[in-house]
Design a protein around this ligand. Structure first.
Ligand code: ADP
Length: 197
């Protein structure tokens, strides 16, 4: 019920860049995003984003990998965070990870673009609050949660573009950390759409 309400929000879906893209910022913003393929737990940056579940307790996929690499102290901190709703984001320390912080966000189960957009906006807002300047995102919701990869890549990249237009001076780099061939290929294409050089 609740999810049906969100499915058709035009703004959060695969809207191609138009009036909401400030072309004068293309050069600056293109230098602020990267595509990197590999294990997000290896990144020595300010924050990595975890595609968590609403309990914030260790699950599978990228969540399992992050908890495994961070060690049990992350689970302990997460236990005290009282869970997280879909689209929201919370922050914890990185513990044994090379990254200083883990931002925990809960993606939608299925294709709900407004929720997925909120994951990116709220994760970047948590980073902003702590002056974290380098942040990496996995392909939220596109694994176990089943969001179609191509549409998810549009929401991810478009939302980051919009956020950086407002806050570019607060970030050095946003990394899209892809894990699969399909996402590497998609992101290479879709980044050109929203971050033309
Ligand atoms: P969700 O439940 O939100 O769908 P998943 O963890 O199942 O989250 O999948 C999200 C994405 O993370 C998928 O593209 C998956 O291939 C990818 N992934 C899995 N392990 C890692 C990892 N160690 N580093 C980066 N991405 C990963």
């Amino acid at each position: 019920k609740e999810q049906a309400r969100e499915k058709d929000l035009p703004e959060a879906g695969k809207a191609l860049p138009g009036n909401d893209i400030d072309k004068s910022k293309n050069d600056v913003l293109a230098g602020k995003v990267s595509l990197w393929r590999g294990d997000i737990t290896k990144l020595k940056i300010d924050a990595i984003v975890n595609a968590a579940n609403s309990s914030l307790l260790p699950g599978g996929g990228v969540d399992g990998a992050i908890h495994k690499a961070a060690g049990p102290d992350l689970r302990k901190e997460c236990k005290d965070l009282n869970g997280c709703k879909t689209g929201e984001a919370k922050i914890a320390q990185g513990y044994k990870l090379p990254a200083k912080y883990v931002i925990l966000t809960v993606g939608p189960k299925g294709e709900y673009p407004a929720d997925l957009k909120n994951c990116y906006v709220n994760s970047l807002t948590r980073a902003l609050e702590k002056n974290l300047r380098t942040v990496a995102f996995p392909c939220i919701s596109t694994g176990i949660y089943g969001y179609p990869n191509e549409n998810a890549s549009h929401v991810a990249i478009h939302t980051v573009r919009q956020f950086l237009e407002e806050h570019s001076e607060k970030f050095d780099r946003i990394i899209f950390c892809v894990f699969l061939d399909v996402d590497k290929n998609l992101y290479e294409q879709v980044l050109q759409t929203y971050f033309p050089v």
